[in-house]
Design a binder for this molecule. Structure first.
Ligand SMILES: [Zn+2]
Length: 134
């Protein structure tokens, strides 16, 4: 079992992002007027201020844009070192998700690696993480 993560405050705009993993889907907010993907989700579109925004499923694949390796144990029970990466989504390229890259050593992660979404479910929240694509 993974150590507990900081629980996000759920609202009407981010609920689908944090619970999409129940369906195995990464859901990113998209503007119904201009098509811009907004992340993190907001009440209005960042680009055109439209209130016509809703989350929709994306492919859940992307590329590691950059990363850092954390060596400090900020919380008990959290094993160090671990990777904190920025993942740029393939079908929503303006979206960057900050996450861990579980399932591989910190020396196995490189900028440009292809990754796919996986989820760490904790008490009704499905934290999106990315694993190296096989
Ligand atoms: Zn818009």
């Amino acid at each position: 079992m993974n150590p507990p993560r900081l629980r996000p405050k759920i609202d009407d705009w981010n609920r689908d992002y944090w619970t999409g993993g129940a369906e195995g889907k990464l859901k990113i907010q998209k503007c119904g007027d201009c098509g811009h993907f907004n992340h993190p989700p907001l009440q209005v579109c960042r680009k055109c201020q439209s209130e016509h925004v809703a989350c929709e499923a994306v492919a859940g694949t992307g590329v590691i844009d950059t990363f850092t390796i954390n060596h400090q144990q900020w919380f008990p029970g959290v094993e160090v070192p671990y990777v904190i990466a920025r993942v740029r989504l393939d079908d929503a390229p303006n979206v960057i998700v900050t996450c861990n890259i579980p399932g591989c050593g910190v020396d196995e992660v490189a900028i440009g690696d292809k990754v796919s979404v996986t989820f760490d479910e904790q008490d009704g929240i499905w934290f999106p993480l990315f694993e190296k694509a096989s």
